[in-house]
Design a protein around this ligand. Sequence first.
Ligand SMILES: [Zn+2]
Ligand SMILES: [Zn+2]
Length: 261
Amino acid sequence: MPDWIRRFADHGLHMYMIEASRYLLAAGSVTLLLWLGRGWTLPRRIQARIAGWDDRRRELVNSLLTIGIFAIVAVYTFAMTGLGVYRIPFAVPPLWLGLAEIVGLILAHDAYFYWMHRALHSRAMFRRAHLEHHLSRTPTPWAAYSFAPIEGVFEAAFIPLVLFLVPIHGVALIAFVLHQIVRNVIGHMGHELAWPGFTRSRWTGWLTTTTHHDLHHSQGAYNFGLYFTWWDRMMGTEHPRYHDAFETAAIPWFGRKDVVA
Ligand SMILES: [Zn+2]
Ligand SMILES: [Zn+2]
């Protein structure tokens, strides 16, 4: 076997293990925490429908396939870095620069995701590229990477696109991908753990909640945003009953179910 093929396979397998660990750890620990704290979390379920084992299995298998695409794109990205096309400095940057890169990445990804997601919902793309993700009408943490291959490529293209424009320090990239999987798993966990008033407060209302993305899965056509609510609000795509649906699911952190019901 030619040496470059073996190196590609080794590197790809290595990247696959890293990406899969990130997903399995995040989805697994949120599933475990929801179950361990079920006395507290069950009353906070967003939908009456309960996802079955078939749903979870499909989400897991799809996610493990998507991670294969992520691994190939990661190998490509490092190869381009090796050729000097992209720059990923591995030195630790000054704190201000590291934080600026992380915040910049999150803001840019939020905009990228919103518009990519709108495109995925177009008539031309939905069936081929995005229907698979929407088979999860009642999403679970395992749905985080449950994409059709075309969507997987679009999702993975963000980091190479950014690196094409600007160099990003290695630690900032690591912090970004960790934040991304945690937020993604939270968006699909099916339970609203934020407190009442969260979506209307000027301190927290700009952050998306689990209910925000859950409504996108149960009712489509609204709430395309990822981390922040501002793109949906600016473009008029926020679900008209978002605040009501949120308040139905949310319970005061130290409140009792029978008080709210
Ligand atoms: Zn969608
Ligand atoms: Zn989703």
